[in-house]
Ligand binder design. Sequence first.
Ligand code: HMG
Length: 321
Amino acid sequence: MYHQLSRTLLKKLSIDVKLIHNRSFVRIVEVGPRDGLQNEPVNVPTKVKIEFIDKLSETGLKSIEVTSFVSPKWVPQMKDSAEVYSGIKKRDDISYPVLVPNVKGMESAMKVGVKEIAVFASASEGFSQKNTNCSTQEGINRIKEIIDIAIKANIKVRGYISCVVGCPYDGQVHPSSVTKVTEALLSHGCYEISLGDTIGVGTRATIESLIKDLLNITTADKLAIHCHDTYGQALVNICIALEYGIRVVDSSVSGLGGCPYARGATGNVATEDLVYMLNGMGIDTGIDLKKLVEVGRYITDFIKKATCSKVNNALYSKYSK
Ligand SMILES: CC(C)(COP(=O)([O-])OP(=O)([O-])OC[C@H]1O[C@@H](n2cnc3c(N)ncnc32)[C@H](O)[C@@H]1OP(=O)([O-])[O-])[C@@H](O)C(=O)NCCC(=O)NCCSC(=O)C[C@@](C)(O)CC(=O)[O-]
């Protein structure tokens, strides 16, 4: 039944079902504890963050972005990053990256023994200035400094590019700007680039044109997709990415989140909705949807917000009977 529904939906979206089915596993990068909470006005206590992440670790996720070592003046919610990272139960089969904006953040992250970091740059100048107080090129230079340290310390580095199709300050973003930043981050040593539709304005057409351009300079196994769901296009855009061979997708449990420097942008695609869709396509994620639904409830109950996941809403009452 579920499979049939998904197939019908995909046909309507004219997405090649066979192409997608050839790819049997998708790695989900859960960004709820970082991207999800960073914009949250309610102060989430350290012990709740730790419990949240520990619960996520029990769902089958293989990658959980835990926190960010950014300036607490810029993002107060992330001020307890060292305590959070040190407090969580780390499993050997899960990667726990943290976001790092500069050498200062890198040094703090290394003090608590991180094994993977994520760096971030913007394809648009306006967002780069507002988010990191520097131009895109200066941001890339900072990233090079961070990566040089990471390589010596044997720390893996994932790269994000924000505003890959649209910017809240500069408007539409041309794929060539994304291509330029992608080339720079890959050449500096990022093992993968996550394409951030920060304000969720992407559509099937714009995401397809972006990915086609990127595949002229790199391969799909170096790319991930990170869709905010502001305009309800995230799942469609993820399907396009899958169609072009991308197999790493970022999401946030219960659709938490948004960026403090991208006004009006809502959370990421909800992990529950993503897992449900992938299950329907016969694509494995290794994730227990029931456990995920429970974690979504745990955190949204704490911050007193309704879940943004349709799947969570549909399944929660069924599971809790
Ligand atoms: C990059 C900076 C630091 C520049 O900010 P700045 O103000 O230019 O930096 P500064 O070097 O002048 O330092 C200012 C103060 O911050 C301190 N400071 C400086 N760095 C750190 C640090 N690492 N950790 C702790 N403290 C730090 C520093 O010590 C100083 O303190 P003071 O001397 O005034 O007491 C700032 O702009 C910043 O932290 N920006 C991060 C903003 C952010 O976290 N945004 C959200 C994450 S990105 C995102 O969500 C998009 C993504 C990744 O999800 C993908 C997508 O959806 O597109």
